[in-house]
Design a protein around this ligand. Sequence first.
Ligand SMILES: [Zn+2]
Length: 236
Amino acid sequence: MNWLLNLLFAPRCLLCRKPLGPVEAGRSQLCPDCVSTWRTKYLADGGKPVAGCTQTDACLLYRDEVRGLMIRMKCSRRLPQARQWLGKLVGARILLHAEQWKPDLVTYVPTALNHWWRRGFNLSEEIARIAAKTAGLPFEKTLRRAWFSRYQSRIDSAEGRKKNVRSAYKPRPEVDLTGRRVVLVDDIQATGATAEACVRLLRELGAAEVYFVCAAKTPGNRTKMTKKREKRRVQS
Ligand SMILES: [Zn+2]
């Protein structure tokens, strides 16, 4: 019986899901193979441009095992080790730019109530909170989502996404960012429409500079779902 429980609940590598030995489980949460390969396979070389942003950066490429990991994280509140890993990666990126950016605070792209209701938490908020701690910066809530809004990933065109997000984000009451240098954090960057809408609001709140860091960016400009839809259209 014990062997079965061990098999079912044994800690697994965050990326390839192989069971981990006690040393890896207590340390990096990645198996030795992934420890030596994740940088070459998934490390992103900078973020996609976002209008209104002084500079952007991305930690990972949202594909294969990273994509699998983030989908598992979005579906479940568990995987605190994965949140720590991603949060610390984002925090390290902020630190890397700290001398140039001179950031005053870290904030995040908020989620809508219907999304929160389904998931019970906001992944970008959790990543931003850990990133802020890692970078030694204050974490502040600055924006909120409209109560009910459409999922960005269910909208096909970049133009449609832009329209949807423009009305979907609002500033939180009594937030004043006058003269402050803000780092906006998101979990995944697809087209950049979400980040753009948030950056615009942060600027309206007075932010002197806005920088954007995401945990992972999609390799192309289209989301996986958009590609699937396009494929379906071609087939039908
Ligand atoms: Zn692995």
